[in-house]
Ligand binder design. Structure first.
Ligand SMILES: [Zn+2]
Length: 408
């Protein structure tokens, strides 16, 4: 049976497209057929066949925007590290906390010990919070399992979040996140397994949409990341990289060399890295909440990225250590305040550009004919108002693939 057209109305509708300035359409109409947008534009230009739908719209909002896309999260994990937060406030350093078995090791222990259902219950709560603030697509990484079974368990939970909530989930395999303590004497063997058998089996189970790694002096080096990238490329998997967060390891250039979808963090990115990303079309994924919570002072080179035409995206990096943030909209606001993005750059960064960072189609993240019907109805006058207010909830209806998946 053919799907019936459904219509939403809005005082204003914001969208961006590749190669064009963003538009704010007054008195807008949006028609959905099945899972796709059939029309998005001024109500006055609505094709005649759909005009009668205006008598009974599904809903009418002050503002409609594309659904937000959070393209960098670690939202599947067990336990909490609130105790470490308190210890840090009292003066403990990361090194002190790590020496007591805290930090990422604590999340790994808790995540390995949790059942799949326990992990899912905890992660759903966090995914629901993101969704309630406008997210319709979320990327979720493994990386707290750090052994084959626990990495696969995390990725299965990520898949289940998508089916439970009706939102889009893209997974990234991140076994090169940290070297687990028990492998300290057998580092090369760990890297071989993580790049080889573990990745191959997770991929064979259909759990991997992309491969990611943490290239940093306290994580993995260029040689190890290159090995992972070569394995991923042989499997036809797209790549992402945590790069230049705490120091310049020339990771962005390595990511660009492999045609990676994105290089993420980038506080210590240099001019060569910017140029390499521009040539490769690699998206610069900005993570302002981790910058804030680490009290980092080195800013990512926004002006250079802008000048080189590198698409910039913004993500929450939701994780239990450095970015326990449950709102992408708040991360967008921080990107403006801390990194100097314009309101339009922040919105493009959490819609169109974030879609590219996940390898989704060109139309994803924008409101246009034939694009996926992923959008949000907001109680707000403008995109700027949604970044200006901190900490409130403004989303009234969340639509993903043409289905209303949440209402306020
Ligand atoms: Zn991360």
């Amino acid at each position: 049976m053919a799907a019936l057209p459904r219509l939403w109305l809005a005082d204003r509708m914001w969208t961006a497209r590749w190669g064009q300035a963003a538009t704010l359409i007054e008195d807008a109409a949006l028609v959905v057929l099945g899972e796709q947008i059939a029309y998005a534009g001024p109500r006055a230009a609505l094709p005649a066949a759909w005009v009668e739908l205006c008598a009974a719209p599904v809903a009418q909002a002050r503002l409609i925007t594309p659904g937000l896309i959070d393209a960098h999260t670690h939202l599947v994990f067990a336990g909490s590290r609130a105790d470490e937060y308190e210890q840090r406030l009292a003066g403990a350093s990361y090194a002190d906390i790590a020496a007591r078995g805290g930090g990422i090791a604590a999340s790994v222990r808790a995540t390995r010990a949790a059942s799949e259902d326990e992990l899912l219950a905890a992660a759903l709560q966090r995914a629901r919070a993101l969704m309630a603030d406008g997210v319709t697509t979320v990327e979720i990484k493994s990386g707290y399992g750090l052994e084959a079974a626990a990495e696969a368990k995390m990725l299965r939970v990520a898949r289940r979040i998508g089916s439970e909530l009706g939102i889009r989930v893209r997974t990234s395999y991140l076994a090169l996140h940290a070297l687990p303590g028990e492998w300290r004497e057998r580092r090369a063997e760990y890297v071989d397994l993580a790049c080889g058998a573990w990745l191959a089996s997770a991929h064979a189970e259909g759990l991997v949409d992309a491969v990611d790694a943490y290239l940093e002096h306290l994580a993995f080096d260029r040689h190890e990341v290159r090995k992972l990238f070569e394995s991923a490329r042989a499997l036809g998997l797209p790549l992402k990289l945590h790069a230049e967060q705490l120091s310049n390891q020339h990771g962005a250039a390595l990511a660009a060399e492999f045609g990676a979808l994105s290089a993420d963090h980038l506080e210590y990115l240099d001019a060569d890295g910017v140029a390499a990303m521009a040539r490769a079309g690699t998206v610069a994924m900005l993570i302002p909440a981790a910058y804030l919570l680490l009290k980092e002072t080195q800013l990512p080179p926004i002006a250079a990225l802008r000048q080189a035409g590198v698409p910039m995206a913004v993500a929450s990096d939701l994780n239990p250590g450095t970015s326990p943030i449950l709102s992408l909209r708040l991360a967008m606001s921080l990107a403006c305040t801390l990194f100097g993005l314009t309101v339009e750059e922040a919105w493009r960064g959490a819609t169109l550009h974030a879609a590219r960072a996940l390898g989704l189609g060109e139309a994803t993240g924008c409101l246009q004919t034939s694009a996926p019907a992923d959008f949000v109805l907001w109680d707000a006058a403008s995109p700027a108002e949604l970044l200006y207010w901190l900490g409130d909830r403004r989303a009234q209806q969340i639509v993903c693939a043409g289905r209303i998946v949440a209402v306020a």
